[in-house]
Design a binder for this molecule. Structure first.
Ligand code: S3P
Length: 446
């Protein structure tokens, strides 16, 4: 499919309607490859997200000796022939994490436990993102990590080896940091505990037991891993549920466009990913759960969304990690609501694929929104519509591009969204699926 760099998005021509199945969860797709590569035996995976971020993870593990076999053209089904916990080989070349913070940070934990040297690079966005948050704890476990700014910026050079377990109290609420330390803990002498300031997504803790490695939940903020010395490929297929972070774009679009009625099929509703639904419920969105079920170790449900007038709200800081990737499109919901939306304590948004506070404020202001930037969030006064006829910049950030495509559905005329090709990192089929439910969005012909 043709992924160009500029999206043209315009007012919806009518209500959004239909059933939509979004691709597999990005976080879990990464983890399925990582654990599959470290396991003994053949791991079968279905529902994998065929996004560039996840391909980067697959390629890095192939470079270290794991064998990935794609089972369909869409690259949603695959097997990973693992090398066992101590079977990775020193990569001959640099490892490239591309745009993916999750790949870079989780793999740092794995590389920390390897008796070899590796260098990991990424794209310009990833090279600007903080890495001390993972370099520091794995150093205290015994790995040698260096990089620009004393190891805070990639490229990172990692000489792993014998690790010792630690009790790590994380200064940031980050599942990437927690997962990095827990994965390093697989290779350590003794147990490793991680305590976080706020609970974050727990896919690592849920997926490791499928591979025979228990993770004890000490309390809501602390997990403990006693390494059992090996991972074993699950007998059952590892099923990846649909990504709630991708579903949220359509949930917001359907809420905003009058007369819409859209069903999002079998979406992950893990409470640690479900913050977007709590925020939207507070905004009085019309969301109904249907057909609740379980996929692998994760709860899922169909989510029916009907349009309504959204109201204002103040985001509970406890909910921020549970909706951390959804704020770009939640800002759009707020900008088109009938109330005032207040977000603070969300400074983490500044170190995502772009500075998501600055990039969303700039894009929404250009479209006439009433939005005030705060150091750690924003105050947004909603309006019934926004103005189009402008070019906005997604700054190479997939979620900014998709969020602005949603905003455009409620404009008077279309907008151009430049630097949007990064949509391929997490949601390559976004434009096709959006068109299927009636959204007005297309790639600009080059
Ligand atoms: C992720 C954790 C989040 C999220 C990212 C995926 C993960 O990052 O923003 O898209 O898979 O663990 P932080 O944990 O650093 O907030």
């Amino acid at each position: 499919m043709n992924i160009g760099g500029t999206l043209i998005a315009g007012p919806a021509k009518g209500p959004l309607q239909g059933n939509i199945t979004v691709p597999g969860d990005k976080s879990m797709s990464h983890r399925s490859i990582m654990l599959g590569a470290l396991a003994e035996g053949l791991t079968k995976i279905e529902g994998f997200l065929p996004g560039d971020d996840n391909f980067a993870t697959a390629t890095m593990f192939e470079a270290m000796g794991a064998k990935v076999t794609w089972l369909n053209d869409e690259k949603t089904a695959l097997t990973v022939e693992g090398v066992g916990l101590f079977g990775l080989q020193e990569p001959e070349n640099v490892l490239d994490a591309g745009n993916s913070g999750t790949a870079a940070r989780l793999i740092t934990g794995i590389l920390a436990g390897q008796d070899f040297h590796s260098v990991m690079v990424g794209d310009a966005s990833l090279h600007s993102r903080p890495m001390a948050r993972v370099a520091d704890p794995v150093r205290s476990m015994g790995a040698k990590v260096d990089g620009r700014e004393g190891g805070n910026k990639m490229p990172l050079s990692i000489r792993g080896g014998k690790l010792k377990g630690i009790n790590f109290v994380s200064p940031v609420a980050s599942a990437q940091v927690k997962s990095c330390v827990l994965l390093a803990g697989l290779f350590a002498d003794g147990e490793t505990t991680v305590t976080e300031p706020k609970a974050t997504r727990d896919h690592t803790e849920r997926m490791l037991p499928l591979f025979g490695q228990a993770v004890e939940r000490v309390d809501a903020l602390t997990s403990r891993l006693k390494p059992c010395g090996k991972l074993t490929a699950p007998k059952d297929v590892v099923q990846i549920p649909a990504d709630p972070s991708s579903a949220t774009f359509f949930a917001v679009a359907a809420s905003l466009v009058e007369g819409s009625d859209v069903v999002l099929n079998s979406i992950g509703i893990n409470p640690r990913r479900d913050g977007w639904r709590r925020v939207m419920a507070d905004m009085q969105a019309d969301l109904t759960l249907e057909a609740e079920n379980t996929v692998g170790a994760e709860p899922v449900a169909d989510i029916r969304v009907k349009s309504t007038t959204l109201q204002g709200m103040k985001v509970n800081p406890q909910d921020i990690p549970d909706a951390i990737d959804e704020f770009p499109v939640l800002f759009v919901a707020a900008a088109l609501s009938a109330g005032t939306f207040i977000l603070d304590e969300a400074e983490e948004l500044r170190v995502k694929e772009s500075d998501r506070i600055a990039t969303m404020v700039a894009a929404l202001l250009a479209c006439g929104a009433d939005i005030e930037e705060k150091e750690d969030g924003a105050i947004i006064h909603g309006k019934p519509t926004l103005k189009g006829g402008v070019t906005v910049n997604a700054h190479g950030d997939h979620r900014i591009a998709m969020a602005m495509a949603v905003a455009a559905q409620k404009m008077d005329v279309e907008i151009r969204i430049e630097n949007a090709s990064a949509i391929a990192t997490s949601f390559p089929s976004f434009v096709d699926l959006a068109q299927n439910i009636g959204m007005n969005v297309r790639w600009e012909e080059t």
